[in-house]
Design a protein around this ligand. Structure first.
Ligand code: CDP
Length: 227
């Protein structure tokens, strides 16, 4: 059967990765979490002291960029893909609030985006990919056969992310999470390169009142229509 590209974009913490992961598994496609790449790049900046003085040192980052290697590997026990930064498994670390607080300024840097987009496009060459992010349907795969733009109310998104972080043992509050995702949405939507916006041919999905099972049924229906 012919394989297609599926692009899932949308606001922070609206469950894009859950839906993309589930869909990919059901249809035998590869799931790629583009946000994990920006999160890993942010960890790289922290590890290399590139936030000294509070601001990202863009010049220094540009020089160090050739030393930034991000890859994904499947965890044999869970069957889930995990993120590696220069050979080290950073999957857990990149999901922290510390990274969430710094990722959007890193993701707004033009040369960082250029490099990430290049790698993401290479991953899509054979099709059969479900990729989620902010600019997948607009910049990375503008010709994707199925594009979905996901949204949900900020309060619901903050509640979902808080539950996820708390389950992992991270100490944070509803207010802190809500503030972080509102700020990221603002920076992501207003940046010059690859801003978060809905592709004209994307299907909009507000999942505020949908269960994961309902949302998945809907996505499967869209996929079958496209294929
Ligand atoms: O899961 P969550 O919605 O918190 O975010 P994520 O998908 O892990 O992405 C983290 C951050 O990476 C976003 O807030 C964006 O700043 C950036 N990002 C991006 O700029 N472009 C993408 N394609 C994916 C993520």
């Amino acid at each position: 059967m012919k394989k297609i590209l599926i692009a899932i974009d949308g606001y922070s913490s609206c469950g894009k990765s859950t839906m993309a992961k589930t869909l990919a598994k059901q249809i035998g496609y590869t799931y790629i979490d583009s946000g994990a790449m920006y999160r890993a790049a942010t960890l790289f900046c922290l590890q290399n002291n590139l936030f000294a003085g509070g601001e990202l040192n863009g010049e220094a980052l540009k020089k160090r960029l050739p030393d930034l290697h991000i890859s994904f590997e499947e965890n044999r026990e869970t069957g889930l893909s995990e993120t590696f930064l220069n050979g080290e498994n950073v999957e857990r670390r990149i999901r922290s609030m510390e990274i969430a607080a710094k990722v959007s300024p890193v993701a707004a840097v033009g040369f960082v985006r250029e490099e990430m987009v290049k790698q993401q496009q290479a991953m899509g060459l054979g099709k059969g990919i479900v990729m989620d992010g902010r600019d997948i349907g607009t910049v990375v795969f503008p010709d994707a056969e199925l594009k979905i733009f996901v949204t949900a109310s900020p309060e619901i998104r903050a509640q979902r992310r808080l539950a996820e972080l708390t389950a992992k043992g991270e100490k944070t509050t509803f207010e802190e999470v809500l503030h972080n995702l509102t700020e990221r949405d603002y920076i992501d939507s207003t940046r010059k390169d690859g801003p978060l916006r809905q592709a004209e041919d994307a299907v909009v999905l507000d999942n505020s009142d949908l269960t994961i099972a309902e949302q998945n049924q809907y996505l499967l229906k869209l996929f079958k229509e496209r294929i």
